[in-house]
Design a protein around this ligand. Structure first.
Ligand code: MSP
Length: 501
């Protein structure tokens, strides 16, 4: 098993600030990065911002700012928010950075110079005529629309376009990508006599893979290729062989995962050995681009393919899609304000939309917070430490190392499948057991020696829980371990929430 682990989040559009969907993807990836560091892997965790394209340019105009000034301000905001949410990314990529732009241009040249398996030019010039959703930054077919509208964006985001574009002959590659994501080792024979063999890409969970397999069939049936440039969007990376055109924003955005490993970062670091990525984390709205288009592009550019793609569902609020117009948006700031950062991370993991969309509400968050954290872990911590206070209980640091291993064994399989809600359940269960153990043993009624033994055992179990919770709640975990080491009683970890939201 390789000791390297490269994990990415989507790079987010700088037209707005994060909502809970963006926050959850980033927190999930962060938990995975922290877990992999804890098992001794050499981790590269990348997130960033997608700063070019029509949508961002329009937002800049609305704000009355030059696009570069606008995205500089927005990128700053995203980075600040991730910092407050304890996101431990190693680097933050911006698509307007020099490093990205330079490597992306090289990649475009490589794409343009490529031949398809049947020996045709991979890129050709054509005219695009059709419907475009600015919200998705995507050309749409009739099949993608519901009643002529994009299911994810406002109707005014749909426009008609007719323009000269460069096209990528993606339909030829899709045929092979279908096999690759279906779990088959796949050999592609090229017209010039060369051949290349690809290992499968694992798309998790299976329902998200199946959606893509049927979409590939539709796409091939429609016989469409993919436009990779724009004629009238000045805010982008120029097409290297035709400066009048800019690169389609999704094409250069996907490239970020690779470009980040190719240039030297301002901190002097280089991550060349990290490509291919171990896993791309994303929400279902980005599935098609990552699971189908990105592998097609990589094959054409003759680069190795990512190993896994994990696609989660969306958060709905009381059965309805979250949206500004519905007035039901739960913002990450509001969550943090009510529960604190660590509990917010815990609650988003506990409600992970792993297979399907997940229904959340303030009531649900309040209930889980109160039962699992305020009355659960929080109460347990204060019980154990108050009773341990004044008793001569010693915490052996060597034992802490054993706890890491024991804890990791319990949750290893859940992490391997990215099931963070299961990790939370295991932790909750251990907290419940330990609270019950305490209630049953009633150490406060026992003679000194017996009491000490019970509390020593409880404290050790609590340290195991703290170690297991570390990727999700790093500060809570540190506080518990630090208090045990220095024999002090920590202050209340989870305050009770007051009133209804
Ligand atoms: N810029 C593109 C991604 C390019 S990656 C090469 C983009 N950006 S975005 O700002 O719109 O963010 C999309 C991501 O936000 C999704 O992949 C998903 O992770 C997350 N979510 C957006 N809405 C969501 C919900 N309602 N619920 C959960 N996550 C969702 O698309």
């Amino acid at each position: 098993m390789s000791d390297r682990f490269y994990i990415t989040t989507p790079i987010y559009y700088t037209n707005d600030v994060p909502h809970i969907g963006h926050a959850s993807t980033t927190i999930y990836a962060d938990v995975m990065a922290r877990y992999n560091r804890s098992i001794g892997k050499n981790v590269f965790f990348l997130t960033g911002t997608d700063e070019h394209g029509e949508k961002v340019a329009q937002s800049a105009e609305k704000a009355g700012l030059m696009p570069q000034i606008f995205v500089d301000q927005m990128a700053e905001k995203w980075q600040e928010i991730w910092k407050t949410m304890e996101i431990s990314n190693d680097e933050f990529i911006r698509t307007t950075s020099e490093g990205h732009a330079k490597v992306a241009s090289e990649l475009l040249g490589r794409l343009q110079g490529a031949k398809t398996p049947s020996g045709k030019d991979a890129v050709y010039e054509g005219v695009y005529k059709g419907i475009y959703c600015i919200g998705c930054e995507e050309f749409k077919s009739e099949r993608d629309l519901v009643d002529g509208k994009c299911p994810e964006h406002r109707p005014d985001q749909i426009v008609e376009k007719e323009e000269k574009n460069y096209f990528f002959r993606i339909s030829e590659y899709m045929f092979y990508v279908k096999d690759i994501i279906s779990g088959k080792k796949t050999t592609i024979k090229f017209a010039d006599g060369t051949e290349r063999t690809y290992d499968p890409i694992k798309v998790i969970p299976a329902n998200k893979l199946n959606e893509m397999l049927s979409k590939i069939d539709d796409y091939i049936e429609d016989g469409r290729d993919m436009s990779i440039s724009r004629e009238n969007v000045a805010w982008g990376i120029p097409i290297p062989w035709d400066e009048k055109q800019t690169t389609y924003v999704w094409v250069e955005a996907l490239m970020n995962y690779y470009t980040a490993t190719q240039f030297e970062w301002p901190d002097g670091k280089k991550y060349t050995e990290f490509w291919p990525a171990d896993v791309h984390f994303l929400g279902k709205g980005n599935n098609w681009f990552h699971t189908v288009i990105w592998p097609c592009m990589l094959i054409a550019m003759d680069l190795p393919l990512p190993k896994e793609i994990y696609v989660h569902g969306y958060f709905n609020v009381e059965g309805k899609k979250m949206g500004k117009s519905l007035g039901n948006v739960i913002s990450p700031e509001a969550l943090v304000e009510r529960y604190g950062i660590e509990a917010t991370r815990y609650l988003l993991c506990a409600n992970m939309p792993y297979l399907d969309d997940s229904d959340v509400s303030w009531k649900l968050f309040d209930e889980r917070y109160t039962s699992a954290l305020a009355n659960g872990l929080g109460n347990l911590v204060s019980r154990v430490f108050k009773l341990a206070d004044g008793l001569d209980i010693f915490v052996d640091d060597a034992k802490l190392g054993e706890f890491v291993q024991e804890g990791n064994l319990k949750v290893h399989n859940s992490y391997a499948e990215y099931k963070l809600h299961e990790v939370v359940n295991v932790i909750d269960e251990l907290v419940r057991e330990l609270n019950e153990y305490f209630t049953k043993e009633e150490p406060w009624k026992k003679p000194e020696e017996e009491k000490k033994l019970i509390i020593q055992t409880a404290l050790e179990k609590l340290l195991l829980i703290a170690r297991m919770a570390e990727p999700i709640m790093p500060q809570v975990s540190d506080t518990i371990i630090d208090s045990a080491r220095n024999r002090k009683v920590p202050s209340n970890l989870f305050n009770r929430v007051e009133g209804d939201k």
